[in-house]
Design a protein around this ligand. Structure first.
Ligand code: MRU
Length: 367
């Protein structure tokens, strides 16, 4: 019997070395159409990140790493002095595509560092090292997400109800996802959960993407509008909230898709544990608290027109459209990373996470 290919069988982000292209699944078209984009030009890669054709903190980090490698490959230079300014310019350009998810600058800095540390080598050798680093960033993403899934699974039991916001699943990473990794891993082990996906206005990542990938994995999935979370919690259907993150500050304040902080406040009210799941590449220890995280503001049309058959807001009305919000560390029960689960107080436990991460991710923080 030929098994039908579902959305989980596609790579979210990939490199086509032969064609010199970044290959992505166009997430703006899902769930209606599965469209693969092969991007060769830097402006197209920049635009794909800005338009959320590739999205989710880890996935944009991987896409940017491949993008910078492709830019490097095209640089005509014989010496480091000729090569480096063009590489740096390409890095800054890709880095300007979105401001909030730290994985973007994390991946680009990592790529630039590899080049700098090998500047004595020939330009073809440096290009080869950049390719290797980008592929490694992707491979590590898969490993980290799987580990996050393992740790996350310890927090829930078969049959539990989980509420999630936005899409922090496989479509936002190279595989498994972060917030959805425990659910996918649980499926591999024959477990099932009842997952509630917040619609996630205005770009609908929850209803379009999370529910799509969870159903493809055979998960009992229910979509709700964002304003229904309280009622679902009140009904007693939610045992835990699992969300992803775009940048976590050193004190544990977690920036994620707009609407996340409201869910955390509700979870606190109803006594439901609220977990943030993300790799150490999303934790920014240089930022002491959430107030200092730059929040991306997006176009008003995403709120007033997008998805509607006709504009739904009066012409000229003011629109506030922040793409992310910050959940205070006081509302977070734990931050699940590939090196273990950090618990409050986060200043100490996140430092411990990084100590373990330097140790190759062994010996989880919390068991
Ligand atoms: O604007 P998006 O769709 O890129 O926002 C994505 C999120 O907020 C995710 O929750 C976050 O990046 C974590 S993805 C594993």
């Amino acid at each position: 019997m030929i098994e039908e290919k579902n959305i989980l069988n596609y790579e979210t982000v990939d490199l086509d070395e032969q064609e010199g292209a970044l290959v992505i699944l166009d997430q703006t078209k899902l769930p209606g159409e599965v469209k693969i984009l092969r991007l060769k030009e830097q402006k197209d890669i920049w635009q794909a990140i800005y338009l959320l054709q590739v999205r989710g903190a880890p996935a944009i980090g991987v896409a940017a790493a491949f993008g910078l490698y492709l830019a490097a490959k095209d640089i005509r230079a014989d010496t480091w002095e000729e090569f480096y300014p063009s590489l740096h310019k390409a890095k800054e350009y890709l880095n300007s595509s979105r401001p909030t998810a730290v994985n973007l600058s994390w991946a680009l800095n990592r790529m630039e560092k590899v080049a700098e540390e090998n500047k004595e080598k020939s330009i073809p050798e440096i290009k080869e090292l950049l390719q290797k680093e980008a592929l490694e960033i992707k491979a590590e993403d898969v490993w980290m997400c799987r580990k996050i899934g393992e740790y996350g699974l310890r927090l829930i039991k078969d049959g539990d109800g989980i509420l999630t916001h936005c899409n922090a699943g496989q479509l936002a990473t190279s595989k498994y996802g972060t917030a959805l990794a425990p659910i996918h891993l649980g499926r591999e082990r024959g477990m099932n959960f009842k997952v509630f996906c917040d619609e996630t206005r205005p770009l609908l990542q929850g209803i379009r993407l999370s529910s799509f990938e969870l159903m493809a994995d055979g998960v009992d999935t229910t979509v709700i509008c964002d304003n229904m979370a309280s009622q679902v919690m009140r009904n007693g259907w939610v045992d835990a909230v699992f969300v992803g993150c775009d940048r976590v500050a050193a004190n544990g304040d977690a920036c994620n898709k707009i609407g996340t902080s409201g869910v955390a406040i509700l979870a606190k009210y109803y006594g439901i544990p609220f977990y943030v799941l993300g790799p150490t590449s999303t934790i920014d220890m240089s930022i002491p608290r959430g107030e200092e995280i730059v929040i991306e503001q997006r176009l008003p049309e995403e709120v007033t027109e997008m998805w509607y058959q006709q504009r739904m807001a009066p012409q000229g009305v003011k629109v506030y459209n922040p793409a992310f919000d910050v959940t205070s560390h006081e509302l977070i029960s734990g931050i699940v990373t590939e090196c273990g689960i950090a618990r409050p107080p986060f200043r100490e436990s996140l430092r411990e996470v990084f100590r373990k991460s330097r140790n190759g991710g062994r010996d989880g923080v919390d068991g």
